[in-house]
Design a protein around this ligand. Sequence first.
Ligand SMILES: Cc1cc2nc3c(=O)[nH]c(=O)nc-3n(C[C@H](O)[C@H](O)[C@H](O)COP(=O)(O)O)c2cc1C
Length: 348
Amino acid sequence: MIKIGPFSLNSRVVLAPMAGVTDQPFRHLCRSHGAALTPSEMITSNIKLWNQEKSRLRRCHDGEQEPRVVQIAGSDPAMMAEAARMNAEQGAQIIDINMGCPAKKVLKRSAGSALLQHPSLVETILNAVVTSVDIPVSLKIRTGWDTQNRNGVDIARLAEDCGIQSLAVHGRTRACAFKGDVEYDTIAAIKDAISIPVFANGDIASPEQAAHVLKHTRADGLMIGRAAQGRPWIFNAITHYLELGSQMPAPTLAEVRDIMTGHVRNIHSFYGPVKGVFFARKHVAWYLSNLSETPDIDCSGPEFDSMILTFRKLFNSLQECNAQLDNIESIFQLLIHSRVKQQKELAA
Ligand SMILES: Cc1cc2nc3c(=O)[nH]c(=O)nc-3n(C[C@H](O)[C@H](O)[C@H](O)COP(=O)(O)O)c2cc1C
């Protein structure tokens, strides 16, 4: 069992922080589908920006399951320490430091993965944050700045020495962004070099891949990002496979509809009607792009693709919460009906 400070995790699979995705409704959903940790979207260490709506929503973790992980990003040690302290006062139970983000906006401020170029600044930041709070501090890194400067092992050792209590590694350099194969070998070398829990991250999109990565890296746990978009059940599916060696049945159409509807309702109530309608669109698109995994539908023909395309266009034009919910209901009725028709035709 993975332990981070006083917290024992109930599975080996956690959600990756994703700005614009891992908001409170999505975190809640992933927890309910077996994610052991659900870190917040990154929060700037510049507390002067915290009264902005975006930052306020990112710091909201009311009613969330424990342990509540808040990720902070920045490059000034004193500001990072202050941000950690204030988040802890406001209910964070683990502070996660972002040294993995390749976003230009973040790099411009020499934060995120840009910090990997400056190990002494990394050390100062980690020391400042760890000593500013009495809750565990975790770190998320890439394998280095670029393929000539793969210093992930050194940064990992430094992190452990500074008192970091768990490490997540996206197995690519900053320069590789999201392209190319993930370096599971580098993650394995990092795991070998330190004794705090290590989470392997990058391109893990199926239970089989999860088992392969665990075996190859000997990591303690796995962190899942994009593969959870529109597939929040992936956490339970991976745990099921790791524990029992068999596939958990994929959710049926009716189950996907219920998960999706609950998620969209939560998005509406978290963001309010205007932003809620807007944020719901990308999640709905992700669910639809994964419908081919549901066992009770034939998604092969062009008819299916054009039905989904028409639905998406219509959905994206809707401006009201109830209209979005009604629309989801009607597409699923159509899909379930066409499934029943198909079965009758087969039986005839
Ligand atoms: C839309 C998006 C937003 C992201 N935002 C963050 C972030 O705020 N903090 C962070 O540490 N990593 C961030 N990442 C990186 C992910 O946490 C993760 O490391 C990466 O997506 C690789 O994992 P995956 O292949 O499972 O998606 C983001 C990734 C995506 C796709």
